[in-house]
Ligand binder design. Structure first.
Ligand SMILES: [Cu+2]
Length: 173
């Protein structure tokens, strides 16, 4: 029955599409963007960051930059020499591992005085991660993905849905 197989195919496609939309994009500071005098601690409060989500830093090119640092550098507002700043004005960082993450601006005294500091905690993505190498890595304008953890992700519900579709397909055959 071609139409039944088509239905199963559509179910699988839907499951894949909905899994893609699971990854969230956080625009740091929302409309304010990445600037001095904004409370990024308050901004991050209550937000759930998960592996696979993205941080977007928006700012006028040349005014600021983004440095990924460790906890000590964050506290002291120091930029280690080996940290390459992101400076496109639209820096996108894919959160590729769980744990505490720190970002500061390395321009002038923007960190010390302007409080351009963002600390977040990234939580493990509880979803199944399948076929890590099958998905083409998405292009990341202006940013670099530290580790390529971009794969097709499926939630438990979606996995069950696909499994059910497979069972249905078996019965239809
Ligand atoms: Cu700055």
């Amino acid at each position: 029955m071609a139409s039944k197989q088509m239905l199963v195919f559509l179910l699988i496609v839907m499951a894949c599409l909905s899994s893609i939309s699971l990854a969230k994009e956080f625009v740091v500071g929302d409309q304010a963007g990445w600037r001095t005098g904004f409370d990024y601690t308050a901004w991050a409060e209550g937000k759930e960051f998960r592996v696979g989500d993205k941080l977007v830093f928006n700012y006028p090119v040349g005014s600021h930059n983004v440095l990924r640092v460790d906890g000590d550098s964050f506290k002291n507002c120091t930029a280690p020499a080996d940290v390459k700043p992101l400076e496109t004005g639209n820096d996108i960082i894919t959160l590729s591992s769980p744990g505490r993450k720190w970002y500061i601006c390395g321009v002038g005294k923007h960190c010390q005085v302007g409080k351009m500091q963002l600390a977040i905690t990234v939580q493990e993505n509880l979803d199944f991660q399948l076929h890590d190498n099958m998905a083409p890595s998405p292009s990341v304008p202006g940013g670099e993905t530290p580790n390529s953890a971009n794969g097709i992700k499926m939630s438990v519900a979606q996995f069950l849905m696909v499994a059910m579709a497979a069972v249905v397909m078996l019965f239809m055959a």
